[in-house]
Design a protein around this ligand. Sequence first.
Ligand code: SF4
Ligand code: SF4
Length: 986
Amino acid sequence: MKKMTIDGNTAASHVAYAFSEVAAIYPITPSSPMAEVADEWAAKGQLNMFGQPLRIAEMESEAGAAGAVHGSLTAGALTTTYTASQGLLLMIPNMYKIAGELLPTVFHVSARALAASALNIFGDHSDVMACRQTGFAMIASNSVQEVMDLALVSHLSTLTSKVPFLHFFDGFRTSHEVSKIDVIDYDEMKALVNMDEIRDFKNRALNPEHPVQKGTAQNPDIYFQGREAVNKYYDAVPEIVQEKMNAVSKLTGRKYELYQYYGAPDADRVIVIMGSGTDTVAETVDYLAAKGEKVGVIKVRLYRPFSAKHFIGAIPATCKKIAVLDRTKEPGSLAEPLHLDVCTALREVGKSDITVVGGRYGLGSKEFTPSMVNAIYKELAKDEPKNHFTIGINDDVTNTSIPYPEFINAAPKSTVRCKFYGFGGDGTVGANKNSIKIIGDHTDKYAQGYFEYDSKKSGGFTLSHLRFGDEPIRSEYLIDEADFVACHKPAYVTMYDMLSSLKDGGTFLLNCKWTDEELEEELPASMKQLLAKKKIKMYAIDALATAKKAGSPKSQNMVLQAAFFNIANIIPYAEAEGYMKKAVEKTYGKKGPEVVKANCDAIDMAISELREVAIPEAWATATTGGAASISDAAKNSKYFTEFVSVINAQEGNKLPVSMVSADGSVPTGTTQYEKRGTAAVVPMWDIDNCIQCNQCAYVCPHACIRPVLLTEEEMKSAPADFATKNATGFAGMQYRMQVSPLDCTGCSSCANVCPAKNKALKMVDVEQAIKAEKNNWEFSQTVAIKEVAPTNPKNSQFSQPLFEFSGACAGCGETPYVKLVTQLFGDRMIVANATGCSSIYGGSAPVCPYTKNAKGEGPAWANSLFEDNAEFGYGMFLAYKARREKLASDMQKAIDLGACDTLKNAFEEWGANMKNVAITKKCAETIKATLPECIKKATGELKSVLETIYADSDCIVKKSFWIIGGDGWAYDIGYGGLDHVLAQDD
Ligand code: SF4
Ligand code: SF4
């Protein structure tokens, strides 16, 4: 057994690889790394514990993967798979079959929320709970170490019991947490395997040399008996699992029980929970025990089959009240699944003297902290504790929540907690992973790393949470009180409250080029106040300038890593320096001694360039300083100020239930308010060189560069430096190519494509561009869009993009097409989007890049699942076909009942031209304008029919149906069939 610093997915895969001959897979976040590392090991020729490489087959979907697993097991190969969320649900039909046929296997699941009103890729137990009836045994691991140990228990148990196992651990919180653990060697695992059980499994395989038939159809006479015939196998599972746990405990020295009690032997209040939250509860139990409270926790490890006998045995005799915590929601149920199981178990043994309440926590990786656990124990202490409660949110609609106003820090005193604010692609996360490895692999300290990302595909916010300590780390939650905070992006000082969670006397490191005098101007008043009031030690460094000085401009993250080790003082700096330089040699050795030296120089210079900032006492009452730049349009949007900006400031956890849409629908056109300012360089237009081809706008993935046509009248209100030239092909108009520097991602696609001699676009420093162009952009947005027929690529760009400023990567190759499609069809476009890149950049909370034109029309967009967007879109198409046919019939009825001539003519023209975009638009205008008056005058049946037509008048214009694949492939379903993109409107 050796110590390694790895994440939960790697730990699971390590064990699964040892035990498997075949893995049939389909990747889904957050389980994909299990398959990826296995694939990498197989490619390198790594052998399983039987001396074979793992054979991995990627299927067309999780349903296919489950089918292949079923087949492989039927034919006698030790087989595994890895999955999560709706992917796991696609496996359910085969899971019944695998369990029904008593085929031993282990599915490793990084448990994840299910898409309901919205998709969520983060952790909870909704997916695994949907499998509790399949016949799979279910084991929960609570930490990275437990993933290693209980994956082994699962594989050993399935071989002995013949019952298939679902081994799960919390998505992201455990699957992606990097932690220093004991890794069990394959020889040690093999010593625990009974090879006769494997032989027995292979002997049962389908084989023509000793044929049997499986999967038959049975009639009412024997099917029921067959289902009951498996009982004895399930009855045996708890004892088998405990036996395997004992064997693993003997090997590792870590005790494992099916339902493991931790806490005061004479506890009166007990929490029952499974998954990563158990360690947080255990940590809080220790904190409360030190204050004399008698509390405890039962960690549920074997969830199916649920052994009432073992569970009851784990409850201390003194227990009076139990709170059962479920990390799932089953709308309409009497209670959530674990709560129901606990109630049933108590009832079955006739234990009615214990009060049991249940609550939901942590859905979609919502935080679950010691402060919340403390509040639950306090609630249990009440005479009538709240039942069916929620914790961690403010449910101001149905009032289910328990408040948790008291903050407690339950972590051991030796734990050092560090937070790093970075952005996607800046190397912060990579450097932090490296820091954990340095400390984890070279010292006796325990280390834990967890990394938060926003939904932007690049340039988004990242927040690294690192803990180091002399005792094992059980804090399975984000750092809520830090000893050290680093801000790697200066713009964040006005965007995020980084210091509220920094403890008094903590350390703050800011990467910026500001002098002390400039800090006075740039830091917001609120930050200055916290720096002074909390007596924070502040350090500053210009990482870019330091890296450049060392001759290695890309080594900014190394500069910041050295600064961190120097001031956070987790290990002596001289040691850290040695480890960092060794890592440099390992990483850059092949690139030559100059590169190694430049990187080592960056480490050395970090220390000489790092400076402590003296905090003036006056800052405690500061009222002036930097402020975030928010446009007037954003300020005037209630949705932005009350919802989007709160989430963007990383304060979304504070939003109450009443602020979140119950059906998941959100307004469109909200990326325009974000002004993310992610680019370092942006294009500057050279009016003299420009030939007005509009190619730059055509290729821009983010709609940040747009041609503007202005009348002489409009020019009168233009800013003084809003330079224009006569528009080629548009007599009497002025032309300008306008850039939005705060929306641009700096990809240079526009400048690269510009065909003008000497180029009409040059990339310049963003700060220079913001000063020059911010007002010009804002003015350009007030200029009316001129109606220009999009008969060629140039002219298409005068149409308003109804897809703008998405979170797609800089230089994205998909979004220019999505944008173009919205310019051509956006005002009547309905999109069925598969899950994938295009749904993330196209539909991630809190903003929407699909927008509206001046009439309020624009793409209506929805995402169903990863695998069904064609069917989803086809359903939309059928719905409109049916609705428009009904409309046609209503119009005919209105004509027959004597509708006025204007309406009659419009109805008839529409009926004869339902598929003609221009005519349906014209008819819609006439009908919508005429109907209100006609309805007022009409009586009887005619009035009623006209009212129905008016209510359905949003179906008059011919719609344009689009299926966008997860990877951005777009197709248009024309009215009456699948048409080519442009053919539909020709
Ligand atoms: Fe658009 Fe990229 Fe040019 Fe910015 S640099 S305007 S994002 S093409
Ligand atoms: Fe002008 Fe160059 Fe853009 Fe063409 S690609 S419109 S020449 S800036």
